[in-house]
Design a protein around this ligand. Structure first.
Ligand code: SF4
Length: 280
């Protein structure tokens, strides 16, 4: 009888410890979500919209999302200019263009052979599964399409989510190296945290704002400073999207702005950064 009672006390202790662990995880997660909402409010009020993604069409966003891997945006812009001049910025044009010609046009973006092959694979995917129609492709549920994109050669989570959010206006937050660095330096999550964990944290935090957007979306200053990392308004940045997709769009652009301007890899310039007040 004594042994049985001991075991039952041990089980109760373990259950209580597990409950406490879950409670403390929930509290930490709630605190992190609140922090991210405050980051968004502060940055948006300071700088306003960043007008991502700078492009005229969905195809241009998709091509840009592939080209931007492992290179600077300036190089991507040079490659996009050449593609535009050659009228090779559509699914139909990429389908028709010889691979060698595509490689030569995107050369400024680096890894041009690999990237040309990947663009051809993407077009084959759209052709086979969606009869060549981006509209049909983006009409799919986000989770299904995301899984399909992640199956493609050269498409990791950041590229897939950029395509979904910026070309498809679907409600997915894009995680990049700037975001990781900021979270790490603020003690929220380590830089090597799992992509999905970071994405889920931002999506939980920001989705609350979409339901009360009018009340929660801050008004940028009358003339928020035009940052070098901000883009000019473009047809794709101004396209109609849900409140939540707009918040994900703005937040990603704002994190990039912090990363490019203040939270440099070599040195964090916290003195003048709008997020300084949130440092632990
Ligand atoms: S530069 Fe800004 S974002 Fe980076 S650690 Fe300093 S305050 Fe935080």
């Amino acid at each position: 009888l004594g042994k049985g009672r001991d075991r039952s006390h041990r089980d109760e202790d373990q259950a209580a410890t597990a409950r406490l662990g879950r409670l403390s995880d929930a509290l930490r997660s709630g605190r992190q979500e609140r922090q991210l909402r405050e980051y968004y409010q502060t940055l948006y009020a300071t700088w306003g919209p960043q007008h991502w993604w700078p492009a005229r069409t969905r195809s241009e966003v998709i091509v840009g999302a592939y080209l931007t891997q492992n290179t600077s945006w300036n190089n991507v812009e040079a490659a996009l200019r050449r593609l535009r001049q050659a009228r090779a910025l559509s699914v139909a044009a990429i389908r028709a263009i010889p691979t060698a010609r595509l490689e030569s046009l995107i050369r400024p973006a680096g890894y041009f052979r690999q990237k040309a092959a990947r663009l051809k694979i993407f077009v084959r995917f759209v052709d086979r599964r969606y009869t060549g129609s981006l509209s049909r492709m983006f009409a799919q549920p986000t989770g299904k399409l995301r899984a399909e994109l992640l199956e493609l050669n050269g498409v990791g989570p950041e590229t897939a989510d950029s395509i979904l959010l910026y070309a498809g206006q679907q409600e997915v937050f894009v995680v990049d190296a700037y975001t990781r660095r900021i979270l790490d330096r603020h003690g929220i999550l380590p830089a090597n945290a799992d992509y999905e964990e970071i994405r889920a944290l931002f999506e939980r935090a920001l989705s609350v704002l979409a339901t009360t957007q009018e009340a929660s979306r801050p008004t940028p200053g009358r003339n928020p400073p035009m940052l070098s990392s901000a883009h000019q308004p473009s047809p794709m940045s101004m396209v109609e999207r849900s409140s939540l997709a707009q918040i994900y769009n703005d937040m990603h652009g704002l994190m990039v702005a912090v990363g490019k301007r203040y939270c440099l890899k070599s040195k964090a310039q916290c003195e003048s950064c709008p997020l300084q007040k949130f440092l632990p």
